[in-house]
Design a protein. Structure first.
Length: 166
């Protein structure tokens, strides 16, 4: 069985309504004027229903496509914002390693810093996330643990708030 996509649901709905319209017109034609009128009324109603269904389908599919593009763009930006959060957290782990000061090499710390800055600087990242990430990165460059924890909490809250589903 084919999956029930919005386009398929629309086809099923409009074809069902067209059939219902044709049957209703046929019954009314049969009650008022007989078999010939019933056939003519059903054919006219079916034709009108089909034309209406095609017009509705074209408009609805354009709306579906626009909504799909918008959802894709939003999902891409959301993924980037979460990527920024991950890269900044990786840089934080390099600045304050749990294994002690010698747990992370200077090269690894520099590489994580570069990745975090590059992710935070992407144009597609929302402005609020970019600003919060810049605040965290500035604090991490100073290696202030208390302020870094507060700034990371703020960045996580901004990313979450940016993409709350209503």
């Amino acid at each position: 069985m084919a999956s029930l996509t919005p386009a398929r649901a629309l086809v099923l709905l409009t074809s069902g309504l067209t059939c219902l319209l044709a049957a209703t017109a046929g019954l009314i034609g049969a009650l008022l004027s007989g078999a010939g009128a019933a056939l003519a009324a059903a054919a006219c109603a079916a034709g009108a229903g089909t034309v209406g269904a095609l017009l509705v389908r074209r408009r609805a599919l354009a709306g579906f496509a626009a909504a799909q593009r918008q959802a894709g763009a939003r999902g891409y930006a959301e993924g980037l914002a979460h990527g920024v959060l991950v890269q900044v957290a990786a840089y934080e782990a390099a600045v304050f390693p749990r294994s002690g000061p010698s747990g992370v090499t200077t090269e690894e710390r520099a590489a994580r810093r570069t990745l975090a800055y590059r992710m935070a600087a992407l144009d597609e990242v929302p402005e609020s996330v970019r600003k919060a990430a810049a605040d965290v990165l500035a604090v991490l460059d100073r290696a202030d643990r208390m302020l870094a924890e507060e700034a990371m909490t703020h960045l996580a809250a901004v990313v979450r708030k940016e993409y709350v589903r209503l």
